[in-house]
Design a protein around this ligand. Structure first.
Ligand SMILES: NC(=O)c1ccc[n+]([C@@H]2O[C@H](COP(=O)([O-])OP(=O)(O)OC[C@H]3O[C@@H](n4cnc5c(N)ncnc54)[C@H](OP(=O)(O)O)[C@@H]3O)[C@@H](O)[C@H]2O)c1
Length: 306
């Protein structure tokens, strides 16, 4: 399949181009296409005549979104509409990557969210991605809306770090780590995710799909497991979201589960600790052939990732 990847310069985008695949993947970075500009998007799709378009362009700065709703909605909602419409015009399917942050407003919930659960975002970023979902659904019947969560991988994000990378860097520098322990999510390895996205598209059945690694943990548990697997000692302290004081509200629980992958005959992604170990092997933090080391002491930053 000829597939355009918009937002190819980002964390997830670059991961697609590490894959060995029979598909013809065409990268389009931000300098090559601006999703806010419908004419530019249309021209690009008309030129390439793809069979599918994966739209990864996103305004991801969750805290900044509270004060800047306009760029969040212009990129995440209107940009998504422009791509979905232009894809329809050339007879292509559209893939829109959405987020676990479309959920979380249901206070006290501790059950994973399936595709059929009603969304209830808590922050502007989540609301803008949800608006994008609606616009994609109504403008292109051949849509794949993929909700995912807590991305990390060997490609460093625009922030200059991914969460496990930051934990290891700070721990190795002897810095104390203060990590939020009252937000439960599923960290998701981008290398697994890109394969799963392509597998879903290949099935050709449009709709909304939850794609994350399996299982759940808090950011604190994610940090602790990273440090233990890598055998790095650290001074790790759990803190509450209110102590951490991020601008945007984040869900206390936003674990996703899929009731739709099985309908496609696809298996769930592997459990997050297994994927995390594979990531650490890829980064050279853990040797490929030996079992991961156990933690040798209390593990340790004060960052809540987007
Ligand atoms: N990261 C996570 O933990 C997470 C969790 C759930 C869902 N997601 C979703 O996963 C997708 C990929 O995320 P990511 O982490 O790979 O994001 P990313 O690293 O920020 O990549 C996004 C890419 O889109 C480009 N872009 C931004 N605005 C654009 C615009 N107006 N027109 C064209 N291109 C534009 C960016 O280019 P510039 O950098 O040059 O602007 C960047 O290369 C996003 O839809 C995000 O919402 C991410």
């Amino acid at each position: 399949m000829k597939i355009l990847v918009i937002g190819s310069g980002g964390q997830l985008g670059q991961e697609f181009f590490k894959l060995e695949t029979a598909h013809e993947l065409i990268p389009l970075n931000h300098a090559q296409v601006e999703v806010k500009d419908p004419a530019a998007v249309r021209a690009c799709l008309q030129k390439h005549q793809p069979e599918a378009v994966i739209n990864l362009a996103s305004f991801n700065r969750v805290d900044a979104g509270e004060d800047q709703p306009e760029p969040a909605f212009t990129v995440n909602a209107l940009g998504a509409l422009h791509v979905a419409r232009a894809a329809k015009e050339v007879g292509a399917a559209v893939v829109f990557i959405s987020t676990d942050y479309v959920f979380g407003g249901e206070s006290g919930r501790r059950r994973p969210y399936c595709e059929s659960d009603p969304p209830a975002p808590l922050n502007v970023y989540g609301a803008s991605k949800l608006a994008g979902e609606y616009l994609v659904r109504l403008s292109n019947p051949r849509h794949f809306i993929i909700r995912t969560c807590g991305l990390y991988g060997a490609v460093t994000s625009h922030k200059g770090w991914t969460f496990p990378e930051l934990m290891l860097r700070k721990a190795k520098a002897g810095e104390k780590l203060r990590v939020v322990n009252d937000q439960t999510l599923t960290p998701t390895y981008t290398s697994d995710l890109v394969r799963a996205i392509l597998a879903v598209i290949e099935k050709g059945k449009p709709g909304t799909y939850h794609l994350t690694s399996a299982g759940e943990c808090s950011w604190y548990e994610f940090a602790k497991t990273t440090l233990e697997l890598a055998g790095v000692q650290a001074d790790l302290e759990p803190v509450s979201s209110s102590e951490f004081g991020a601008k945007a509200l984040r869900p206390a629980y936003s674990v996703l589960q899929s009731e739709r992958l099985a309908e496609l005959g696809l298996a769930a992604l592997r459990p997050w600790p297994e994927a995390l170990r594979a990531y650490l092997v890829e980064k050279g933090e853990v040797p490929k052939t030996t079992r991961a080391g156990q933690g040798r002491g209390p593990a340790r930053t004060g960052e809540v990732p987007d």
